[in-house]
Design a protein around this ligand. Structure first.
Ligand SMILES: Cc1cc2nc3c(=O)[nH]c(=O)nc-3n(C[C@H](O)[C@H](O)[C@H](O)COP(=O)(O)O)c2cc1C
Length: 438
């Protein structure tokens, strides 16, 4: 006779989060920096994964709160290859916005060592809801060092990493530990692996339904999914599916069909993260509206401009004229000017100053155009402020240091009316090496 009692669940720690019933943003190197995560949350993602950050890159960073916007920044000074003549420019490896991300952010770590994983994870454990181990990246940068998908072939090591994280980070900081894997080519092998992983004390497991050699464009394979979900369920571990999920509604339908607990979206959210809106809430928004919101978040969070431009190139469809214009931009001001986002321009100017971009503006010699544009924008803001005064940002819970003066305006303009529906920073040298985990 079948037992009527439901299987036990691994308890969710006090500062952690249950992955069940959630549609989440996938970890994406480059594409998963803070503004992209905020955008996904604005559009309804239930949780967000940060981009994979390698343990050794994280170790040695200093944590500070940005006095202008309340974000938490993990920074490091480059060694400059021992050259004293070069100025030491601090770089920001990872950024967290507690106002948006509290209890919503999962920090993903790239590691091949229990000791280094624990050391790196402890640095962020107080600021995140969970630590996830990347065991699916197929790129040589990861696998040569024994990280990513290489861990699928060294299950003893992967289990040791997860157990160490559960014991030395998950329990003391009361957050969840999870893992993201790919399927193996043979279902029995996947089952053996998952059966071991769920016994390590993890609260969640994400399965990317592609094998390690599969290219991102190849269709996801779903025939192992029910089995993985069942092994997880029997062990009380939440199971998230990933691979070719393109919207919230599709994710919910697939969860039902395959008996999984959650769904994770990567590339669909990269190009238009309003895919997290259900049809009931209006569904996909036109790219211009999404780009406006993205730029606003990028400016607010002082995102590295190179990273912002990289994302704009993905978000703005190639044939539009704005694509070329925005592609030429070298500053936030130029970008907003060219895209005619006038109300973002005053703040864009301030952030350009902070990021030392101002000299690169193509409008810098036509000071008239610049000041006129800003004047117009300020006047428009005044009118809008009188009419509304809505603040989109949730209340910050981080201790904001006031020195330096806030750059975040009290008034955040309301995005344009909805129309028809269409479609850390890692240090530069690490970025070059860390090929995208697609
Ligand atoms: C630009 C980019 C960066 C990625 N970086 C990571 C990463 O840091 N960690 C990871 O586990 N997977 C990474 N992935 C893989 C995705 O998280 C996801 O597993 C994969 O894209 C499949 O989901 P999709 O079919 O929704 O795109 C990345 C994917 C893309 C497109």
């Amino acid at each position: 006779m079948a037992s009527l009692t439901s299987p036990p669940r691994v308890p969710i720690p006090a500062n952690g989060v249950d992955y069940r019933g959630k549609i989440v943003l996938a970890p994406m190197v480059r594409s998963g920096e803070l503004p992209s995560r905020i955008l996904a949350l604005k559009y309804g993602a239930d949780l967000v994964w940060g981009p994979e950050t390698v343990d050794r890159a994280m170790i040695g960073t200093a944590r500070r709160v940005n006095p202008r916007n309340g974000t938490i920044e993990f920074t490091r000074c480059p060694s400059n290859g021992g050259r004293r003549d070069k100025p030491f420019e601090e770089s920001i490896l990872y950024r967290i916005d507690p106002a948006w991300e509290k209890k919503k952010l999962i920090f993903q770590i790239g590691t091949a060592s229990p000791e280094l994983a624990v050391e790196a994870a402890k640095l962020v454990a107080g600021d995140v809801a969970g630590i996830d181990v990347n065991s699916g990246c197929p790129k040589p940068f990861s696998t040569h060092a024994g990280m990513g998908a290489a861990l699928l072939r060294t299950p003893d090591k992967l289990c040791a990493i997860l157990e160490a994280l559960v014991r030395d980070v998950g329990i003391p900081y009361q957050i969840g530990i999870s893992v993201k894997i790919r399927i193996l080519s043979n279902a029995e092998q996947t089952e053996q692996l998952v059966s071991r992983l769920v016994k390590t004390g993890i609260t969640g497991l994400t399965v990317h339904c592609r094998t390690t050699p599969m290219r991102p464009r190849e269709k996801a394979i779903r025939d192992q999914l029910r089995m993985v979900a069942s092994v997880c369920r029997n062990a009380g571990v939440a199971c998230i599916m990933n691979g070719d999920v393109t919207s919230r509604d599709e994710g919910l339908a697939l969860m039902e069909e395959y008996g999984v607990d959650g769904a994770m979206i990567a590339t669909a959210a990269e190009s238009n993260s309003s895919c997290f809106r259900s049809q009931e809430d209006g569904g996909l928004l036109p790219w211009r509206e999404v780009v406006y919101e993205y730029l606003r978040s990028a400016i607010d969070s002082e995102n590295r401009f190179g990273n912002t431009k990289y994302l704009l190139n993905i978000m703005i469809p190639g044939k539009d004229k704005e694509f070329k214009d925005a592609k030429n931009a070298k500053t936030y001001f130029d970008c907003c000017h060219l895209l005619k986002f006038d109300d973002l321009m005053p703040k864009a100017l301030q952030v350009d100053e902070i990021l030392k971009l101002s000299d690169k503006s193509i409008f810098k010699d036509s000071s008239d155009a610049r000041s006129k544009a800003v004047q117009n924008a300020l006047e428009n803001n005044e009118t809008a402020r009188a009419a509304s005064g809505v603040t989109a940002r949730p209340k910050s819970s981080s201790p904001v240091v006031t020195a330096g003066g806030p750059i975040r305006a009290n008034f955040i303009p309301i995005p344009t009316a909805k129309t028809d529906h269409v479609d850390a920073p890692v240090p530069e040298e690490t970025l070059q090496k860390q090929e995208l985990a697609v």
